[in-house]
Design a protein around this ligand. Sequence first.
Ligand SMILES: *Cc1c(COP(=O)(O)O)cnc(C)c1O
Length: 415
Amino acid sequence: MERNHIRETDPAVADALAGERARQENTLAMIASENHVSEAVLEAQGSALTNKYAEGYPGSRYYAGCEYADDIEELAIERAKKLWGAEHINVQPHSGTQANMAVYLSILEPGDKILSLDLTHGGHLSHGHPANFTGQTYTVEQYEVNQETGYIDYDGLRDKAETFDPDIIVSGYSAYPREVDFERIQLAADAANAYHLADIAHITGLVAAGVHQSPVGVADFVTGSTHKTIRSGRGGIIMTQSEHASDIDNSVFPGAQGGPLMHNIAGKAVGFKEALSDDFEQYAAQTVANAEALADTLSDAGLAVVSGGTDNHLVLVDLRPSHPDTTGKDVEAALESTGIIMNANTVPGETRSPFEPSGIRLGTAALTTRGFNEAATREVGELIIDIVKNYDDQAIISDVSERVDELTNEYTLYQ
Ligand SMILES: *Cc1c(COP(=O)(O)O)cnc(C)c1O
């Protein structure tokens, strides 16, 4: 048996870590931004690189002893270039939010104008929300989805761009189930003489696998999180054309960050290697097929699936038409007690508060990593329907829990 150093040093943390591992094993992760990385990525993130300061970039660091840090960062960049095809890649952002921060820093002055999607329509805090530095530093105007169709209102976006005259238009979302037409948004950016940032945080893996169109080579800047559908080490990434390379690198370090998290960059390198395999293309296609199967199951049962379906890894349900007295939080709590972990979410045209919103957001990326196919995902959809209809019925909650236990035993995660 390998020594368990944490257990010897710190039983309280060891207990919590063991609990978390068991929690992931014994529940179904349907939070759309989550996934399960491989043991190899876990090892990289838990490696001795956490000790290393490597401020700067490969070949030009501020400290000695960076030869292995250089190797790893170069591997991460080289693999990312193969995955996404960008001219220049920076793998140092600590998170997707830090990646966005570096892009804004590189081209905007305080007070400059951002045009982005409303948060309740699927946008992200780092796209200009008042509670975020972006909302406090820049002038923000928002575009929306069409509330009838659930699709981005591209004409509305173009018209807003014309009147607002933004310095940057942000595309890419946190709760948008449809394919994003990056070229169409680029046309609006061109017409407004604005930069275009495509934030593909959620769909990095789908874009890498070619199951979602790519904004690389279309938008000026592409950012992402590296732990969502791409399933690598936790953090962020920026992709851009060579002309912006040094501005972006300077904005990440020293502009927005200090020393890079080299252990996470090692996790990115390992995850990117895994994502270059044919298996990963298959994984990404299955993730989308599973989301489609889930959307069909829910809408066949009479639930209002926003936009009528999905093109990616997530499904957004508006509970109001079918269950006007049930909130997303009611469903989230009941599902959590059965072992299905997802989140309540705002929906376009939200009439409740963000703390008690009217929708639920479900993702298939983590289930697909465990080996779920369409049939198994449909079954999870049926369990979700049971709970939506009977969220306060203990007998049904315990039936669903039993079935979740069987599914987690059948589709194991870590051996
Ligand atoms: C998840 C997400 C991010 C960034 O997430 P971090 O938690 O900071 O890595 C940025 N933009 C969008 C659209 C996201 O969904």
